[in-house]
Ligand binder design. Structure first.
Ligand SMILES: [Mg+2]
Length: 261
């Protein structure tokens, strides 16, 4: 296969990091504590079948800023105070995560199978790599240090202020220079639609809570069961070699098959 010119943006939770992994639970409990400091109360974040919930709110595809905004609204914070208090919680989250140990590698078990091999293979093909994650920047970099991926993923689009996933992908594109074709690898329908809004293709992976038929219905350009083996690498290279996505709202020409890894 011809070496591609193009970049790849990776979602983190459910794509590279196991849903409900200890690392993600620390992230969410730190956020809950920061919410409680502002509101005087907070509920526990809850996992059901790999899906994350807060007070009955399905958080699939939510950014950190979007999650905090929804939680504060749930706790009755007046609309006029939501922007300022959301920023306050986000600042506290970044500060608290920054104080946690930064030694690398000790949470490598929190990674989903195959992700390091895929990242290294894509780097070997000359692809610039980045993140497209709803995590705040400080949280995302902390997770990369803790899982030993900081040498491969550093920059990208993050969820410090953006509540719309489209804005996260657009920021990731800008961070990587914005040139050439690009692919987003993600586990939710919002990853798919946000990739397309920026003219990128999306490889969807079913290691999160979203079933393959929902990812295909959202317009995923390819769907794989996980990131192990050659299927995911082949799919990314094929998407990079093809035409860019024509834009949001354009239905797929056909439903992509789910490729068994
Ligand atoms: Mg995800």
């Amino acid at each position: 296969m011809t070496p591609p010119s193009g970049f790849v943006l990776f979602d983190l939770d459910g794509t590279l990091i196991r849903p409900g992994a200890p690392l993600q639970r620390v992230h969410m409990s730190t956020m809950a504590a920061a919410i409680a400091d502002v509101c005087g109360t907070a509920e526990e974040f809850r996992y059901e079948g790999g899906q994350l919930w807060y007070a009955g709110i399905d958080l699939a595809g939510f950014t950190d800023a979007g999650t905090v905004h929804a939680a504060l609204r749930h706790h009755g914070v007046p609309a006029v105070r939501l922007p300022q208090l959301t920023r306050q919680v986000m600042d506290a989250l970044a500060e608290r995560i920054g104080r946690r140990p930064a030694a690398g590698g000790e949470s490598a078990d929190d990674l989903l199978p195959g992700c390091r091999g895929l990242l290294e293979a894509l780097r070997g093909h000359g692809c610039p790599l980045g993140m497209s994650t709803g995590n705040a920047r400080a949280v995302a970099r902390w997770k990369m240090r803790r899982t030993g991926l900081a040498d491969l993923l550093h920059d990208g689009g993050f969820g410090d202020a953006a509540r719309d996933r489209d804005d996260v992908v657009a920021a990731g594109v800008a961070a990587l220079g914005g040139g050439g074709p690009g692919v987003v690898v993600g586990d939710t329908a919002k990853d798919v639609t946000a990739a397309h809004a920026s003219g990128l293709r999306c490889l969807a992976v079913t290691t999160g809570a979203t079933p393959p038929d929902e990812l295909a219905a959202a317009g995923a350009d390819a769907v794989v069961a996980d990131l192990t083996g050659a299927a995911a690498l082949d799919a990314v290279l094929r998407l990079l070699a093809g035409p860019s996505h024509p834009g949001p709202g354009v239905p797929p020409a056909r439903r992509p098959p789910v490729i068994a890894a």
